[in-house]
Design a protein around this ligand. Structure first.
Ligand SMILES: *Cc1c(COP(=O)(O)O)cnc(C)c1O
Length: 401
């Protein structure tokens, strides 16, 4: 048999594939599964964006290879959005790059920066792609522990300076997947100072910048003075405009780092279908209030989840961003066992926190990207189950590992 590459062998087991299997098993057993697993907006892409795509798809000029770095018009729309939204000035020619979704950008960025053995600091719990991108590029992921007692924010002084010395870059992600925590400008200033003191590049993932609650407005790291010297921010139309399937995002910030990412991408892909870029321009230029409407929907759903767990005597600090709720697991269960139990006993799929790293143990992640009637049903089922006298003695027969 052919042998797979070491870099593939070194990848952590893909928990989400196992979760999909369990879901299939549960469905086969006749369970009506409600998925609060993956975070993927259930609301449609705004109609004007879809209409623009249709119009541009009919134009043969858009059928040819797009430019590698993205239409200048698209990059200008991103720069204008940054000016409007964050009061950040960007040169669309050198400080903005189009991405086929921000995930590919996060991965390709490291290919251009990381050599064999270089360390990369990754939030734990965090979006699994950071660790995976590090391993695929030959680097070594190190944890930035995010703990409840610190509001899931990094505590820079607690990091081991010997480890920090081995690192070339760090990922940061607020509003945070999976915890829903947010960071303010002061927190970002501390991150930038820490990075500068330790010669670290910051890759800031702002995928959820527009999904915030209770009046909180998420900053861009580029609002921090001097950040552009060391940081690239990744963003996406996926969550902001309900466009996960379209594959359109951007990287903005330090022009040297942007040029490196551009070199990798020029050699790997050939840009975003132009009709999609024109549709993206419509979203960024003409639909700037749309994300606020989406945020209202997610805030209402968040409150439904919080109140269900409040009723169960499990109070949760309301997350100020994202469409996730990070729920502590009742004592006596691992996150894997508790997630498997909920799936098997009540047909509700949630993601065990351990899937986001060692420090995710003790939590499950609930995603609210689901129609409200289904969310209500799922919460009712969880409540009824956790109110049973015997529930703690139940153990799942399905196994998550
Ligand atoms: C969804 C998500 C992304 C965005 O992915 P796209 O590739 O742009 O669809 C990036 N970072 C995090 C943390 C996410 O949850």
């Amino acid at each position: 048999m052919f042998k797979k590459a070491k870099r593939i062998k070194n990848l952590p087991p893909y928990l989400f594939a196992r979760i999909d299997q369990l879901k299939e098993e549960a469905i086969r057993k006749g369970i009506d599964v409600i998925s609060l697993g993956i975070g993927d907006p259930d609301q449609p892409t705004p109609l004007p964006v879809v209409e623009k795509l249709c119009e541009e798809a009919l134009n043969p000029e858009n059928h040819r290879y797009p430019s590698y770095e993205g239409l200048l018009e698209y990059r200008k729309a991103v720069a204008d959005w940054y000016k409007y939204r964050f009061n950040v000035d960007l040169d669309p020619k050198t400080e903005v790059l189009s991405l086929i979704g921000s995930k590919e950008g996060l991965v390709h960025m490291l290919w251009g920066i990381i050599d064999e053995g270089d360390g990369v600091l990754c939030p734990d719990p965090g979006y699994p792609v950071y660790k995976i991108a590090t391993i695929l590029s030959g680097g070594i992921p190190y944890q930035i522990p995010l703990k409840a007692e610190n509001n899931f924010l990094p505590k820079w002084e607690d990091l081991d300076s010997k480890i920090v010395k081995k690192c070339k870059a760090m990922f940061l992600n607020y509003p945070s997947n999976p915890t829903g925590a947010v960071i303010d400008k002061k927190g970002l200033e501390e991150a930038v100072s820490f990075a500068k003191e330790n010669d670290l590049i910051i890759f800031y993932d702002n995928a959820y910048s527009e999904i915030t609650f209770d009046g909180f407005v998420a900053p861009s790291i580029l609002e921090i003075s001097g950040a552009k010297e060391i940081a690239v921010e990744f963003g996406s139309l996926s969550k902001t405009f309900n466009m996960t399937g379209w594959r359109i995002g951007y990287a903005v910030g330090n022009p040297y780092l942007i040029s490196i990412l551009s070199i990798i991408k020029t050699n790997v892909d050939s840009g975003i279908f132009q009709a999609i870029q024109y549709a993206g321009i419509t979203a960024l230029n003409n639909l700037r209030d749309h994300p606020k409407e989406s945020a209202k929907i997610y805030q209402k759903r968040r409150d439904m989840v919080l109140s269900a767990f409040e009723d169960l005597g499990i109070p949760i600090v309301p997350p100020k961003g994202t469409f996730y709720v990070w729920v502590p697991v009742p004592e006596g269960f691992t996150s894997n066992d508790f997630a498997a139990l909920l799936l098997e006993e009540v047909g509700v799929l949630v993601v065990p926190g351990i899937g986001y790293g060692e420090y995710g143990e003790g939590y499950i992640r609930i995603s609210t990207t689901i129609k409200e009637d289904r969310l209500i049903t799922a919460l009712e089922r969880i409540k009824n189950f956790l109110r049973r006298d015997d529930w703690k003695s139940r153990r799942p027969s399905l196994l998550l590992k």
